[in-house]
Design a protein around this ligand. Structure first.
Ligand code: ADP
Ligand code: ZN
Ligand code: ZN
Length: 815
């Protein structure tokens, strides 16, 4: 095909559902699929993604050329296009916006061009310094000797100007330098020692004593495997190791390699987790199943339901090793948490340089580096949070989703995808295995496992044989107090805390709610003080003496008047973690108490310092919100107290029961992970609620049965599918009117469609957020295809106006 006849199919990052056709820029090599281009669109310049060759357009249609090719190398393998197209279709989101969401944020400012004046150019152009109006940039180039990326970009977009540069470049007056901006920094490296095959064999006789000892210790640390051990760790174990290593390396018994430094959350040198000597029976059984699936080399989805501490990580590691051995790559998704996870440490210990990490702590440059390593096939295992589902691996053979029930897998703005669902989809497109693991699987996942869509794998025993902790449930209504109001700490929890303190053990106190008191209630009119823009009650923060809106950040001093009747008589009701702390300090003045929630952890360093304090046993009692339930391993915590288990049951959301069960199960799983058995005390106003009862009995089946019964009776997922249409705008009446019109249209269109129910429109539970009014229209259907078709009809050809419409397919957050 001659260059002139190449048309490009381009998806633009704009709210346009079709792909567009462009020509390559004149006088340039056409870009390859997966590269970004800058294209003219309605008088603007927008970023587009080259999908491939387009079929020739209708004769007479004028096709414009791209303004600029941004990337020389593709940002994703062409195989991923099918994945992107599927997502665009399913989530009803423009393809270009899907791809934009998928690519790391750092890439937007990556490859850029600079112009540098050569010596020849300086001489040749010296005479021209001044007033050439056609080249306003010339004086800068002559005086500085170069043009930075910004101005170069501008010139490059204008064909006439660009031609000057190209001409002068051809004449040898200029060089055009393509480089990465965005601060690509090198990740820190650490020297690692790996035994070779001969290092693993019987040692040569002529080794010195110190060399023999080094080899011995290394074998111990690596458990007789060829895995990289960080040199600092070896040196800590034996101070004579350092000098001996050079000899061992020279003799081919070990290799020394520089690997990216995995630091533990405390910034310490790499954590190294040796492989266990053998697997438990359950691990063996489950792994054999997974390996069989991997070897078949075709799609399957497995749900690994395993209690906390049963050793799922080891299963993931072995399964990954098998996938690599079969020549396939591996993608591991972990929940979004503030810490690098232990899981990363485990993978680093086992696979070293094969790993790329994609997490939110990376700078744009680091992210870009990791991305490129994945594309080039240098990293065959990718670990990351939600957005790592878009990692540019060509044919992942195994996609692991750890803690698959975690709500952080759902993206809640822009492209509202569910990474767990996409993991299954991606595995199916790539002919790989999706492995979802959890102690408390999402209701929908478990239902899929029961009806055969996923295969269920069970692990029911902890590795060391420890029992799950015993849980007592305290009915707060039954506790007598002077005030007549339920207490913060029941006598049982108080006694247990005192005993634990006396025994020198650590306790966790959990409340899923922050602040000193929930709200200020007006004595005169009985209304809480509300946020003027979000219409939700403000939370009182005693230390800062202010009231704070948890959604938009609005603050006002606590010496305020009632927002409703202007009365000054305001009384605090409810409580938060801060109130717990002050009460605990009064109750147990000798205890060392710390608190972890978003108020005390504005700074990551403070957050880590607190965790470190718990690890080093400088803290007796840690108070916290949900963030203490995730991913930490505190071996000396023997008591967990849940202050008010019902707190999360009162949200206007059909998943409140499921969330509460998951949170309670997770927090109870924190106790007794070490040698001593753990004890859990759950306080509740409504202790008979099935979510609380099931969590306290570690009874997933009981929870599942009851929750499923409820969902069936209300016809909620998994018995139906939902699409939530959200409307928001600055003018309440307008938002309401648009929502109502859409509701009428939906009813009209679905009149002959018995599988579809239209709920609403109604104001969203958070009816006002950041100054915008919010309404929603919920579409519920028993047939996904028909439901989505209806949604497409409703949203098609909608013009941008003062009321914004967003589509949330399979919504999870109904607030
Ligand atoms: P889970 O993720 O299922 O809650 P983990 O994977 O964290 O459990 O395992 C719990 C603990 O047991 C970890 O400290 C892990 O190193 C250890 N472990 C796992 N498998 C084995 C094994 N086969 N032998 C000895 N220890 C093991
Ligand atoms: Zn607000
Ligand atoms: Zn009032």
């Amino acid at each position: 095909m001659s260059k002139a006849s190449i048309f490009l199919e381009v998806a633009v990052a704009a709210p346009i559902h079709q792909t567009l056709t462009y020509l390559p820029p004149p006088d340039e090599e056409p870009p390859t699929p997966g590269c970004r281009v800058l294209v003219p669109l309605g008088g603007r310049q927008v970023t587009g993604y080259v999908l491939g060759a387009a079929s020739p357009p209708e004769p007479g249609l004028k096709i414009k050329p791209c303004t600029e090719i941004i990337d020389r190398l593709p940002l994703f393998p062409p195989e991923m296009l099918g994945f992107f197209r599927w997502i665009a279709e399913y989530y009803q989101h423009p393809l270009g916006e899907v791809i934009k969401t998928a690519l790391p944020a750092g890439t937007t400012s990556t490859s850029s061009r600079r112009v540098i004046l050569t010596a020849a150019g300086a001489t040749a152009l010296a005479g021209q310094s001044g007033a050439d109006k056609t080249k306003p940039w010339l004086p800068v180039l002559l005086s500085r000797g170069e043009l930075p990326p910004g101005p170069t970009r501008k010139i490059w977009r204008q064909a006439a100007q660009r031609r000057f540069l190209q001409k002068w470049q051809a004449a040898g007056w200029l060089t055009l330098v393509e480089e990465l901006s965005g601060g690509a920094t090198k990740s820190r490296q650490v020297t690692c020692v790996t035994l070779t095959a001969s290092g693993l064999a019987a040692p040569p006789h002529d080794l010195k004593k110190s060399e023999l000892k080094t080899l011995d210790i290394l074998k111990g640390l690596a458990r007789g495997l060829t895995v990289p051990v960080p040199r600092p760790q070896l040196a800590r174990a034996y101070s004579g190791a350092r000098p001996a290593l050079q000899v061992l390396s020279d003799r081919g018994l070990v290799t020394l390699t520089e690997l990216p430094l995995y630091r533990d959350p405390f910034g310490e040198p790499p954590l190294f987790f040796p492989a266990p000597a053998c697997l438990t029976d359950e691990q063996e059984t489950v792994l054999a199943e997974i390996e069989r699936s991997l070897e078949r080399g075709e799609f399957s989805a497995l749900l690994l339901h395993g209690i906390t501490g049963c050793g799922k990580t080891e299963v993931y590691l072995r399964a990954s090793a098998r996938a690599l051995a079969l020549g396939r790559s591996v993608l591991v998704l972990v929940p979004e948490i503030a810490l690098t996870t232990q899981l990363e440490g485990h993978f680093f210990s086992r696979f070293g340089r094969d790993i790329a990490l994609l997490h939110s702590g990376l700078s744009p440059g680091e992210r870009y580096d990791q991305w490129q390593r994945i594309i080039r096939g240098e990293a065959r295992i990718v670990i990351g949070a939600r957005s790592a589902i878009f990692a540019p691996l060509a044919h992942p053979g195994l996609i692991i989703v750890d803690e698959e029930h975690d709500s952080s897998y759902k993206q809640e703005d822009g492209l509202r995808y569910q990474a767990r669902d996409l993991a299954v989809l991606r595995a199916s497109l790539a002919g790989g295995v999706a492995l979802l693991g959890s102690a408390t699987p999402a209701l929908t996942s478990y239902q899929h496992a029961l009806n055969g869509k996923y295969r269920l794998l069970n692990m029911t025993r902890r590795v060391g044989g420890q029992e799950l902790p015993e849980v007592e449930v305290i009915d707060l209504q039954q506790v007598k107090t002077v005030s007549g109001r339920p207490p913060l700490f029941s006598p049982e929890l108080t006694t247990a805390l005192k005993q634990n303190l006396a025994a020198g053990d650590q306790s966790l106190i959990f409340l899923n709610r922050r602040g000193y008191a929930s709200l200020l209630l007006c004595r005169a009119c009985g209304q809480p003080v509300r946020c003027p823009s979000c219409a939700i009650s403000l939370t009182l923060h005693q230390a800062r003496r202010e009231l704070l809106c948890h959604y938009c950040g609005f603050t006002v001093t606590s010496q305020t008047l009632c927002s409703n009747c202007r009365s000054p008589e305001l009384v605090p009701i409810g409580f938060g973690t801060e109130k717990l702390e002050s009460e605990l300090r009064t109750m147990l003045p000798e205890a060392r108490i710390a608190r972890l929630d978003r108020d005390t952890t504005m700074k990551r360093r403070d957050f880590l310092a607190t965790l470190r304090g718990v690890h080093d046993r400088r803290i007796d009692i840690l108070i916290g919100t949900q963030m203490i339930t995730k991913g930490h391993h505190f071996p000396h915590v023997t008591l967990v107290g849940v202050v008010w288990a019902d707190a999360s049951l009162n949200l206007p959301d059909f998943r409140a029961g499921e969330r509460t069960f998951q949170i309670l199960s997770q927090v109870t799983g924190r106790a007794g992970r070490g040698e001593k058995p753990g004890r859990v005390i759950i306080q509740a106003l409504n202790p008979g609620h099935y979510a609380i009862a099931a969590a306290s009995n570690h009874d997933y089946q009981a929870f599942f049965t009851e929750e499923l019964r409820l969902r069936r009776s209300l016809n909620f997922p998994p018995f139906s599918q939902l699409v939530n249409l959200r409307f928001d705008g600055a003018e309440e009446l307008l938002v309401r009117r648009v929502a109502e019109q859409c509701g009428e249209q939906a009813r009209r269109l679905s009149r002959s469609e018995p599988t579809i129910t239209i709920l609403g429109p109604a104001p969203a539970p958070l009816s006002r957020l950041q100054g915008r009014y919010r309404w929603q229209l919920l579409l519920k259907g028993g047939d996904r295809r028909r439901l989505h078709a209806l949604c497409r009809q409703l949203t098609a050809n909608r013009e941008a106006g003062p009321v914004k419409l967003t589509v949330d397919v399979d919504p999870e957050n109904m607030l």
